[in-house]
Each structure stands twice: as C-alpha cells, then as structure tokens.
Design a protein around this ligand. Structure first.
Ligand code: TEU
Ligand code: CA
Length: 536
C-alpha cells in the first residue's frame, strides 16, 4: 500500500460564517480564520476543510454558489483567501475547499442565462421538464419549480435557489474541471465534495443517488484535475455502504481518497422516517455493529474510511448522544477517544474540541437554517403543533452546529464585536477556548493528544480492528499490530458498567479516567474511556 499524508492526518472543519469575525459585522470571515491559525496549529490538525466561501446570495449559507472563482464579500476578498492558504501552509496546514457541483445558485451567471435565453448552451447545464414528476426536495416540497418566463420546470433537490446541474452536458463538466484546476493551481490541499453521489441522477426514473454515470464522471474528473496531485478528496455520500465506498476510494479505481458515510448518523433518526422524527437515545448495540462493519470491510488496500461525529449539518454529539450536563467533559472525551483510534481519517468540527453543545431554541425567530425553516412551514400547514416542531429543531436542527464559536467569556464569546448573525449559546461563559486552554484537563487537550497519537503511531493506519463482546453499554475494540495489542474502550452511559475485558495494561496512550484502576476494580465509572496497550 502506498502511504499518503492524509492517512495519518486529522482534518478540522471550519464553518466560516461562525468561526471568527474580524470586522465587527457579526459574520465570521477569512481574516478571522487566518487570525486563529495559531490556535489550530496548537491543536495540531493537518488540514482545514473550509465550508464554502464563494460568492453566494447565502440562501443556504454558501452551499448556493453564484461564482466559483470569487469570494463572497461578507467573507473577504480573493487576497484574503490567498493569504489564508499561505499562512496555513507556513503552519503545515492544508486547505480543503468545499466543492459544491451538484447545483449552483439561481444567481449563477449560467442559470441567469439559462432562464433569460432558453436557446443558449447554458439552458442544458440545468434540468428542465415540461411537466414535474413527484420527486421531493430534501428541503421540503416538490423538487420542481416552475419558471414563468420560459414556461418549464427546473429541478432543485435542495432549495429553489439551488438548481441542480445537468452532468450529462459535457461542456458543463469541462467548465467544472477548469474551475477545480483554478483552485488546485492556488495550492489548496484538496476538495470535500458536496452530495457528490447525486451527480449521476436520472430524474425521469427517480434515480437520485448512485446513478450509473456517477463513477465514470468521477474517474473523468480525477483524470482532468487532481489525479496527478497529492490531494485529499472526500465525497459526501449519505447512502454509501462499504461496497459503494470501495468504488470511490479504492486507489486502483482512481476516484477519491475517501468518503463520508452516514450510517451511524442514521441512528439519530427513527428508522424510515424523515430526520425530524429524531431518535435521541443511542442504540449502542447498533452503533457497534455499524462501526464493526465499516472497520472490517473497508481495509487499507481497497479503500479508506472517514471518521466523524459532527459537521455543520448535525446536532452536537455531546448533546445528542453524550451528556451535555453532568458528564459534558467526560462524555465528549469518551466519544473522541472511541473514534480517533479507529482506521480512517478523523474529522473534528469547530467547537467539538471544547465540547460545544446544542442551542436551546425556543422560537422560530431564533432559527436561520433554510432546512429547518422550510420544515417548520410545511409542518405548520399540516397541523403539527409548534412546540413539537421546536422540539425537533432543538434536538436535530442544523443551527445547533452553526452558533458562533465560543472563544472566551467576553461579550459575544469573543466571536464578534458586533451583533452575531446567529445567537451565541448561553453557556459560553463556562464553555470557551480560553477556559479550555487554561485547564490542562480540558476536552481540548484530549483532542490535542489524539491528533498527536495519530501522527506518531503509524500502526493506526494498518492495524486490524476487532470488536470485543462486552456489556451492552460498553464499546470496546482491539487494534492488532503484529503481536502488539491496543485496547480502546468507552462506557457510553451515565451508569457504572462491569469491565469484562481480561488481561493487563502495559501502557496508557490516552484516558479520561485511570485505566489501571478500572482494571483493578473491573468496573467502569460513567463515560470512562481509554486506549491502552495490553501485555500479551
Ligand atoms: O448536505 C447534504 C444533505 O443531504 C443535507 O441536506 C442533509 O440531508 C441534511 O442537512 C441533514 O440534516 C450538503 C451540505 O452539507 C449541506 O449543508 C447543504 O445544505 C446541502 O448539501 C446542499 O448543498
Ligand atoms: Ca465579518
């Protein structure tokens, strides 16, 4: 196997609107991110996945792009972007750009031309039909919107302001590859590809994900752009199975480095129901089963895993599955330890490293996210009571991840001197970076250590994964490297649990408890977690 830099990398996701505001307009921006690079260097991360910063009307916070080769004025300028890339490079941090090419904004020049001039080549860059079928938008309602002027319907799987691109059009594909090369030439570290599994869609047959042309397109893209570069490419693929993940990430297939699968995230929803029917209680048995499958079926030779609990679309892990009250620090550390020692590239979402929590949303006017707002409108029409709607948004809504980064205990958590675009979580005086850095026992230092462990232990890449049969609430696995055995274990509950693992501790790599004592007592306190090397 050929080792790549991203095999022992840890990626940190920045959501620009909420990370750091440099000019007091209440909106995070590129100079703000640059000003916090020393903080990220201290954490030790090797790359930043930057959510979209391109020119956009911000209907979906930048996932609706009006110009792929310009920076949104609220975030700064192209010079600011160049500076971020350069300053990050000085600290050995690469910038992974968000590539959103399943759709554009309706304000992109292509779509404007397509509407104004139905005979233009751009018309075919999008998907038009005389009659809609019953495909739904992921953001509620029909996936088709009528365009008065040209008398046809266009397809949008997300908001009306996010028309889907027609990947069957070869000229469009070439334009996308040119745009990607523009960014590659700037010296970026790779791409995170938004809903990439949708580009092969066949709307008339209601095929949305994993269409037959998906992989041919990705091979074509690879050859036309990053194929001969040392970049990290990660696809967002909601429906991927290990078999599908191999199609993308087997190096022989020449597509991507890795994908994000969401099978474990699926446990946050009631089976077969839309996400608003959330499932707050974690099914630990299922969680173990899912990770076991991915860790054992997706090897090193034929594919690669991504590891994450959080991103800008998901509730905070410590709130949904951890305990964000009594055991906030301990449960946050337990989830971190459990994940970061698996095989794959770990991703940390901004604020996760200090245990930021969900926001206590009470009224709809506190909500900014288009997905939540569309859902609320539709649910109200159907007669769902307002308090039920707010409860869903509070538990599972995307704004939970998007509240401003909590830097210190000063006004607006040190995020901005102006009024933040989304309210700061009320607990910022207790939970913030300044406080975390000052406390040697903080969640931050657990993450810092985990990043360090990955850099120093190349066995993390290769070593086998073996799930242990433990009591229900305990998740434990062995990584086996030759005749060395590393035990990773977490009690994912608020109760004491029996330790049913035999053997002796040789050395401790990381712990949120005293692992040695756990073995002596054969008993785990709530949220105890550690990684130890075992004597054989
Ligand atoms: O998300 C894809 C996607 O399917 C999400 O809408 C997801 O279903 C939902 O957010 C779960 O709560 C990507 C981006 O990550 C998201 O931010 C964008 O809104 C979306 O694509 C459209 O670009
Ligand atoms: Ca700003």
């Amino acid at each position: 196997m050929q080792e790549k830099w991203w095999h022992n990398a840890v990626v940190y996701q920045v959501y620009p609107k909420s990370f750091m505001d440099s000019n007091g307009d209440g909106i995070g921006d590129l100079p703000g991110i640059t000003s916090k690079l020393d903080y990220l260097a201290k954490l030790g991360i090797t790359a930043i996945w930057l959510s979209p910063v391109y020119d956009s009307p911000m209907d979906d916070n930048g996932y609706d792009i009006a110009d792929y080769q310009a920076i949104a004025a609220i975030f700064g300028t192209m010079e600011d972007m160049d500076q971020l890339i350069a300053e990050a490079k000085k600290r050995d941090i690469r910038i992974i750009m968000d590539l959103v090419v399943n759709h554009t904004s309706d304000e992109h020049a292509w779509f404007v031309e397509a509407c104004e001039n139905p005979n233009s080549p751009e018309r075919d860059y999008y998907i038009w039909r005389d009659e809609p079928n019953d495909l739904d938008s992921i953001f509620s309602g029909s996936a088709w919107e009528y365009d008065e002027k040209s008398g046809q319907y266009y397809l949008h799987f997300f908001s009306k302001k996010q028309p889907d691109l027609n990947w069957e059009n070869e000229k469009l594909r070439q334009k996308i590859y040119e745009m990607m090369n523009f960014w590659i030439d700037k010296g970026i570290g790779g791409f995170r590809m938004d809903v990439i599994d949708m580009i092969g869609k066949i709307p008339d047959e209601k095929v949305v994900n994993n269409g037959p042309m998906l992989h041919p397109y990705l091979k074509e893209m690879n050859q036309a752009t990053f194929g001969d570069q040392d970049l990290l490419t990660v696809g967002e693929t909601w429906g991927a199975t290990p078999e599908i993940a191999k199609l993308y990430s087997d190096p022989k297939g020449q597509e991507l480095s890795m994908v994000f699968h969401f099978e474990h995230i699926g446990l946050q929803y009631q089976e077969g129901q839309p996400k608003w029917h959330y499932q707050k209680e974690l099914n630990i048995a299922k969680l173990k089963e899912i990770f076991n499958k991915w860790q054992t079926e997706l090897g090193v030779e034929d594919g690669w895993n991504s590891l994450f609990w959080n991103n800008h679309d998901l509730p905070r892990i410590v709130s949904i599955w951890g305990n964000d009250q009594e055991y906030r620090e301990k449960s946050a550390k337990a989830f971190a330890i459990l994940l970061h020692l698996m095989r794959g590239t770990p991703y940390i979402y901004q604020g996760e490293e200090i245990g930021m929590t969900n926001y206590p949303f009470e009224t709809l006017d506190q909500v900014e996210d288009i997905e939540s707002l569309n859902y609320a409108r539709e649910a109200l029409e159907k007669g769902v009571p307002m308090d039920e709607i707010m409860e869903s948004i509070r538990v599972i809504g995307r704004d939970n991840a998007r509240t401003p980064m909590q830097w210190d205990e000063s006004k607006n958590a040190g995020f901005s001197t102006g009024q933040p675009w989304l309210a700061v979580t009320p607990n910022y005086q207790a939970i913030n970076v300044q406080e975390a850095l000052a406390n040697p026992d903080s969640i931050f230092y657990t993450y810092q250590k985990l990043v360090q462990i990955r850099k120093e232990n190349s066995w993390l890449i290769q070593a086998d994964f073996e799930l242990l049969d433990t009591v229900d609430k305990v998740f434990a696995y062995i990584r086996k490297d030759g005749d060395r055995r590393f035990l990773v274990l977490a009690n994912l509950s608020n109760e004491e649990q029996d330790l049913t693992v035999e053997g002796n501790v040789k050395s401790v790599l990381i712990e949120n408890t005293v692992a040695q004592e756990v073995f002596e007592k054969q008993s785990l306190a709530p949220w105890d977690a550690f990684c130890v090397e075992m004597t054989n």
